[in-house]
Design a protein around this ligand. Structure first.
Ligand SMILES: Nc1nc2c(ncn2[C@@H]2O[C@H](COP(=O)(O)OP(=O)(O)OP(=O)(O)O)[C@@H](O)[C@H]2O)c(=O)[nH]1
Ligand SMILES: [Mg+2]
Length: 197
């Protein structure tokens, strides 16, 4: 996929703030600090389009980025950020749940995982939760530059037994590896019939 334009559209904390048109959307979901915002920057070749940080919990709103004027990548706040209050966590879950359950534009989601960590109950629950809304989910293993080929192969063997990772995309925001595969998956998702009519 050739990227001709990439722009930040808006941030939202609730449905009133979502863009009002019919452009298809692909959501990025995963633990805090896993690299969701970095993936957007790397994929679009725009260094600072999405704000990133080495401290977890950087993205706290739902952020919409328009790509080629054809579809939007939607950066969701990460979950599992230990330092937030119970109340704040509930509000995040509410915000993401509202988006996943009600957003008609949503054509697919990427569950972003760091292959150095074990996929735990939180990831599995999330995978099932998204699928339960009738949204196609694809797994992306990111930060693969941090592992050798052998390490990656053995980690994937373990992880694929835990998490549904059929045709997982292997990605690195640092090297740009996996961008072609990611683009292909996005094309598949946006050209498929609406997941829920
Ligand atoms: N080596 C390497 N570092 C990465 C990669 N992707 C992200 N990082 C680093 O990981 C940290 C977190 O990246 P973010 O993109 O801010 O993570 P996020 O998932 O958006 O985090 P939240 O907004 O807190 O949910 C930053 O320090 C990035 O530079 C990658 O592919 N390779
Ligand atoms: Mg982020």
């Amino acid at each position: 996929m050739k990227i001709t334009s990439a722009e930040f559209i808006t941030s939202a904390v609730a449905a009133q703030g979502w863009p009002r048109d019919r452009l298809p959307e692909i959501a990025l979901i995963g633990r805090s600090n896993v690299g969701k915002s970095s993936l957007i920057n790397s994929f679009t070749m725009r260094k600072a389009l999405a704000k990133t940080s080495s401290t977890p919990g950087k993205t706290r709103t739902i952020n919409f980025y328009s790509i080629n004027g054809e579809f939007r990548l939607v950066d969701l706040p990460g979950f599992g950020y230990a330092k937030v209050s119970h109340e704040e966590r509930r509000s995040w879950e509410g915000m993401i749940g509202e988006y996943l359950s009600e957003r008609q534009n949503l054509k697919g989601a990427f569950l972003i995982l760091d292959p150095r960590r074990d996929a735990g109950e939180a990831e599995l629950k999330l995978y099932d939760w998204i699928e339960g809304f009738g949204i196609p989910v694809s797994t992306v293993f990111t930060k693969i530059d941090k592992l050798s080929k052998n390490q990656l192969a053995s980690r994937l063997k373990v992880l694929k037994k835990i998490i549904p990772a059929h045709e997982a995309v292997l990605f690195s925001a640092t090297t740009g590896e996996g961008k072609l595969d990611l683009g292909k998956k996005i094309c598949e998702m946006i050209s498929a019939p609406p997941p829920r009519a």
